[in-house]
Write a protein that binds this ligand. Structure first.
Ligand SMILES: Cc1cc2nc3c(=O)[nH]c(=O)nc-3n(C[C@H](O)[C@H](O)[C@H](O)COP(=O)(O)O)c2cc1C
Length: 353
């Protein structure tokens, strides 16, 4: 059974914030600006760092440091990089060939991208100088020596669990809190013990089971977009919530024009979990590629390699204002989306506490 620490005590003791409210790290749609606004408003702003080369990471951390004296979270992926598989890559490009012809893409010009690098000592060398109060991981945890290094400089460590087994594993490996990621959540599923998606439950079912199974505090995420949703999560034993999709239309978010467009339209509110964009299942708004090739297709190369062959198609479509080949990550609950400054949204959500 999880700790009896109240949400406000959890915020003060573990997150060092006024509010037990974390702005979910959202790679591709935000940088330091959104995190600063949320931290200044009393929540925990998050910087998604999984896509950032080291020099960009340094710049974003400097911007965060300059923009707020309040605590913040920096988020990394803890996946194992796959070995290249030329045969699978060739089959994937064959499947995409009709699109390459349609958009005039020369497939032989596609270069292997940098992709998403897992957390490493080189990354830790940059982060250490900033000693973020909280570091969150997706897809498990880094190797024990790296985790010990992060904890050694004083960061609190949290990580996503999509099943009870993953929550128990994370507690046994030393996290300060578990993020229970329900099936409704936008973006990548954080699973790391089993790839069987039928094992993954919605927030309402997952959260109380994780609360019963671990003694560390539990942060609820997935489909939580309003103060009423937060209250429901707290009633089920959450010590805090992590809210993503609700922040995507905020003025400080860097959500692209085609992505904003589909988020605004009720007909865009159809999401599915797809592996096409990166090779790992992630929830996004259904677009042309997902309709015609997926949403799940076994030809997609392993994470993060699937995105390489899509990059030129994505660029050409986006230049025409279309998100047909882009990852349009979003959760299932669109109720709370508002085109306001993040501080106004935090103030509205804070009514839950
Ligand atoms: C656009 C977008 C990008 C995301 N990127 C990340 C990421 O970089 N790292 C991460 O740990 N989670 C990421 N997530 C997942 C969130 O941490 C969280 O699980 C999710 O937003 C919660 O569900 P909600 O969107 O319904 O609030 C992303 C989610 C979205 C919507």
């Amino acid at each position: 059974m999880t700790t009896s620490l109240s949400p406000l005590d959890f915020a003060a003791d573990v997150l060092s914030t006024h509010l037990p409210l974390i702005q979910a790290p959202m790679a591709g749609v935000q940088a330091a600006g959104l995190a600063i606004a949320v931290s200044e408003a009393g929540g925990l702003g998050s910087l998604p760092a999984a896509l950032l080369p080291l020099d960009a990471l340094q710049r974003e951390l400097e911007a965060l440091r300059a923009g707020t004296h309040r605590p913040f979270n920096v988020n990394f992926f803890a996946h194992v990089s796959p070995l290249p598989d030329p045969a699978r890559e060739a089959r994937w490009r064959e499947r995409l060939a009709p699109y390459f012809s349609e958009f005039g893409v020369d497939a032989s010009s596609i270069v292997a991208g940098v992709g998403r690098q897992p957390f490493s000592h080189a990354v830790a060398d940059v982060v250490e100088a900033f000693k973020p109060p909280v570091i969150s991981f997706h897809f498990g945890l880094p190797a024990p020596d790296l985790l010990a290094r992060v904890k050694g400089w004083g960061s609190r460590v949290i990580s996503s669990a999509t099943t009870v087994e993953e929550a128990v594993w994370l507690e046994a490996h030393g996290v300060d809190a578990v993020i229970a990621q329900g099936w409704e959540a936008g973006g990548h599923r954080g699973h790391f013990l089993s790839t069987d998606l039928t094992r993954q439950a919605g927030t309402l079912a997952l959260l109380p089971q994780i609360v019963n199974a671990v003694s560390v505090p539990v942060i609820a995420t997935g489909g939580i977009v309003t103060a009423a949703g937060i209250q429901a999560a707290l009633a089920l034993g959450a010590s805090a919530v992590q809210v993503g999709t609700a922040f995507m239309l905020c003025e400080e978010a860097l959500t692209s024009a085609p992505h904003r467009q589909v988020l605004r339209e009720p007909q865009g509110h159809h999401t599915a979990v797809t592996n096409l964009m990166t090779g790992r299942p992630a929830r996004g708004i259904v677009n042309r590629l997902m309709r015609e090739v997926g949403p799940i297709n076994e030809l997609a190369p392993a994470f993060p390699l699937a995105g390489n062959a899509l990059a030129p198609l994505r660029a050409k479509a986006e230049a025409q204002g279309s998100g047909d080949f882009s990852p349009l990550w979003a959760g299932q609950n669109f109720t709370g989306l508002k085109e306001v400054g993040a501080a106004a949204l935090v103030a509205e959500l804070a009514q839950a506490f």
